[in-house]
Design a protein around this ligand. Structure first.
Ligand code: AP5
Length: 231
């Protein structure tokens, strides 16, 4: 979790590459659907792409249908990372029911935090590979060859929703619809807050450190509970 541009996709990609976990980004799935010829897009997908362009959230029913189609991700041997989902309380509740019914538990919910001015600077300079979805920044993480992806030489493009008017709507939407999820996951004891300033590698190390200390706390709690039960 985290506001648009905080670096969720960058961190999810590092976690995917280094830990082998499956990376499911709802934003990437919608952008890929946008590349399909218009006559092959379903009415729900056309509607979803319209919301995206404005910076608004796609309706829960469309998002949910798309997540359900990718259920196999949740059974990936290396684990899974949900990036940009859930984003509303409705989505979080549906996800909880689904995971409970599949007997899957979340290890943690990472929430990245950064000042609004740094977020706007990150979004304004973002470039994305149209082939492999790798993310760059014109000054902070530039590709070796301008306009070309280091990994696959695909063409880099600027996202439609990175225009200033869409950025404003996305930040407001985050505060209104997604920030309340912080309390939801805090109550479930899953929230891990991570400061998102510094280089991607520094944030990655901070993420892994925070998850490790959460794992130790959970382990210590389980030991303590077992000891209490034994007594
Ligand atoms: P989505 O694709 O999820 O976008 P987002 O949440 O707005 O997040 P971003 O992808 O913009 O940013 P990010 O946090 O991943 O940052 P990044 O790593 O790219 O969703 C897009 C749209 O789809 C939504 O607006 C909505 O319409 C729809 N949608 C998706 N999911 C939905 C859902 N569940 N429900 C309803 N609607 C949904 O980094 C940003 C830039 O900063 C990059 O240029 C990067 O290189 C740079 N950067 C990253 N880390 C650093 C660093 N440490 N230092 C310097 N630069 C950095």
């Amino acid at each position: 979790m985290g506001a648009p541009g905080v670096g969720k996709g960058t961190q999810a990609d590092l976690l995917h590459q280094r830990l082998g976990a499956c990376h499911l980004s709802t934003g990437d799935v919608f952008r890929a659907a946008g590349k399909v010829a218009e006559c092959d897009q379903s009415p729900a997908m056309k509607e979803a792409l319209g919301y995206m362009r404005q910076g608004a959230l796609v309706p829960d029913s469309t998002v949910w249908e798309m997540v359900r189609e990718r259920l196999r991700c949740l059974n990936c041997g290396g684990g899974f990372i949900l990036d940009g989902f859930p984003r509303t309380l409705g989505q979080a509740e549906s996800l909880k029911q689904l995971l409970d019914s599949e007997g899957i538990t979340l290890s943690a919910v990472l929430s990245y935090e950064l000042s609004a001015s740094e977020i706007v600077a990150r979004l304004g300079g973002r470039r994305t590979c149209e082939k492999c979805k790798a993310v760059y920044h014109v000054t902070e993480r530039p590709p070796k060859v301008e306009g070309r992806c280091d990994r696959c030489e695909g063409k880099l493009f600027q996202r439609e929703d990175d225009r200033p008017e869409s950025i404003k709507v996305r930040l407001e939407t985050y505060e209104r619809s997604t920030a309340p999820l912080i309390e939801f996951y805090k109550k479930l004891g899953l929230l891990v807050q991570v400061e998102a300033s510094g280089t991607p590698d520094e944030i990655f190390d901070r993420t892994v450190g925070a998850m490790e200390s959460r794992r130790m706390q959970v382990f210590a709690h389980k030991l303590w509970s077992a000891e209490e039960n034994r007594r």
